[in-house]
Design a protein around this ligand. Sequence first.
Ligand code: ATP
Ligand code: MG
Length: 429
Amino acid sequence: MINIPKGMKDVLPSEVYLWHHIEETARKTAERFSFKEIRTPVVEYTELFSRGVGDTTDIVNKEMYTFLDKGNRSVTLRPEGTAGVARAFLGNGLAGGAMPFKAYYLISAFRYERPQAGRLREFHQFGAELYGAEGAYADAETISFADAFLKNLGLKNVALRINSIGCKSCRARYQTALREYFAPHLSEMCLDCKTRFEKNPMRMLDCKEETCKKFTAHAPEMLNYLCDACEKHFKEVKSLLDAAGIVYHVDPSIVRGLDYYSRTVFEFISSAAGAQGTVLGGGRYDGLLEQMGEKAVPAVGFAAGMERLLMVMAAEEAPVPQDKNVCCYLAGLDANARAKTYCLAQTLRNEGISCEIDLQDRSLKAQFKYADKIGARFVAVLGENEMLEGAAEVKDMKISRSERVKFEELAAYLNKKISAEVSASEVIL
Ligand code: ATP
Ligand code: MG
């Protein structure tokens, strides 16, 4: 037998309804905020990520699935969604269309990480991008969107943490202060931090090594180095969140793992997810599009990890709709009746009713056992008598009661029964 690649997971038919629920909640929330879906390739030229995500990040340095294609070009399985959307935005000339540009994505992403709970090598993200608006309203709108999505999923114990990491000019002063602070401790810090110290000392604040955390905990805070414009922007974002009733904590330790961020950064953290508590992260990245194209376009966005959301939803026992099982199993007792089940099934399906028939020539007992296993809501039995009468014996599997229903009335009968149940059980977004 050939095994599944390490750090990857199958989504089985029995659990896919949970994914559909998250995806549907994402789509509905996006629609309310007037974001449209964008789909970009799984594979991009490696340069897009080394330039876009940034070559001082863990993602680019250690985690990328990079290989040469048959034409000897270096390509990479996307480790995140933003760089591809930014490329598509520039490459398709969308800056010339309606602005701001607002798009969301539901994607799989690939990172060569050490697999553990909530950390996979293939994982899935729901993300959003808002390009062209530099004011605080765009940050607040993006955070509200993320917040609404998590609330629509029924999550309650997810806390929003925000910070500002300033712009190029105020960050330069901050980096100097960080280097001054870390220099005397550098010999005790990890190898990665030594490189980060040279290339991008702010990355050190994101280090997960215990020995390094000891020092990063007392490092100078970016908030004390913000220039006037960045300080004003951050203040506005906070007051807009206050006005929307969105609760947040300012957390100076949040710097985000990607190079392209500026000003606002935020994370939604769950206490129910264990070590991998960040279910959603985002922020502003005003420098990204300029770095990839020719002109500056302000940008803000977020990405949520779907596997982590599933973990948190399970831990919080968030309400989810039930898996939809087949409505009616049609059991035929002999060749004649079986032929009729085949025709009846076509009619029912045309009427929008899900149904199944026996495909393995099984006994009635075996057919009932199967219908039970797949959770069929009704079983319609057709034997010699039923064929003569032109009616099926329809068993309601929930209450174990049967009724005779004429073949031509079967669709209407089932539709009436299930429509009452669906409207009663639907989880309302
Ligand atoms: P972490 O600090 O946990 O490594 P990150 O900063 O690398 O996260 P982002 O690049 O911001 O994460 O991705 C956004 C979201 O995608 C994360 O908040 C998380 O929910 C999810 N995510 C990131 N990496 C993985 C992974 N390897 N497996 C599963 N989910 C992931
Ligand atoms: Mg990471």
